[in-house]
Design a binder for this molecule. Structure first.
Ligand SMILES: [Zn+2]
Length: 179
C-alpha cells in the first residue's frame, strides 16, 4: 500500500511517467510489486477504474500524512477510502490461508488490484503498526519504521540519508568559511 502511494511522489506533475497513466502500465507495476499474479484482463474493468485509482492514491496519501502527524484525517479522504474498501469486500473471496482466513481478489483487473490495496491500507492504518508510519524528510516518501528503537527517518540511507548528510556537511563548511 505504501509503495502504491509513493508512486504518486515519483510521478509528481508528470502524468506521462505515472503508473496510473493506463490500466496496462498499472497492472504491469502491480505484478512487479507482487500485488498481482497471472494474466491481465483490463476489458473487465469499469471505465472509471483509473480515475478511482488516482482518487484512492491521493486519499491514502492524505490519510497517512495526517496519521503520521497525529492529526484527524480529512473527511473526504476517509469517505473515498471507506467506499473503496466497501467495493473491495463485495468482490472478495474469503479463503483459508495458513491457520486463518484471508481475502483474495481476481487481480487480473485494475479493480481487483485496487481492492487489495484498499483493504491492506485499512488493515495497516487501524493496526499496531500505524504509529510507525512516517514521511521521509528528503523526498516525501511514506515509510514504515520497523526498527526496534524507532530510529528510521529516511526512505533509504543510501539515497535521502546520504544526500542530507552531504547537504549539512556543505552547509557547515560554508558557515566555517564565513567566520
Ligand atoms: Zn527519501
Amino acid at each position: 500500500m505504501l509503495d502504491f502511494v509513493n508512486t504518486g511522489v515519483f510521478a509528481g506533475a508528470n502524468r506521462e511517467s505515472d503508473i496510473l497513466r493506463s490500466p496496462e502500465v498499472f497492472l504491469a507495476w502491480a505484478r512487479e510489486a507482487d500485488l498481482a499474479h497471472g494474466d491481465t484482463d483490463t476489458a473487465s474493468d469499469r471505465p472509471s477504474a483509473m480515475s478511482r485509482a488516482r482518487r484512492l492514491r491521493a486519499a491514502l496519501r492524505a490519510i497517512a500524512e495526517a496519521l503520521a502527524a497525529g492529526r484527524e484525517p480529512d473527511a473526504r479522504a476517509l469517505t473515498t477510502l471507506t467506499s473503496a474498501a466497501a467495493v473491495a469486500l463485495r468482490s472478495a473471496t474469503c479463503r483459508m490461508d495458513g491457520a486463518g482466513l484471508t481475502w483474495s481478489w481476481n487481480t487480473a483487473t485494475v479493480d481487483g488490484v485496487l481492492a487489495r490495496i484498499a483493504v491492506s491500507a485499512v488493515d495497516l492504518m487501524r493496526g499496531e503498526l500505524v504509529d510507525r508510519i512516517g514521511i521521509c524528510p528528503g523526498c516525501g516518501f511514506l515509510l514504515l519504521d520497523t526498527t526496534k528503537n524507532r530510529t528510521r527517518r529516511w526512505c533509504t540511507m543510501e539515497d535521502c540519508g546520504t544526500q542530507e548528510k552531504m547537504r549539512r556537511y556543505v552547509a557547515r563548511r560554508a558557515a566555517a568559511r564565513r567566520q
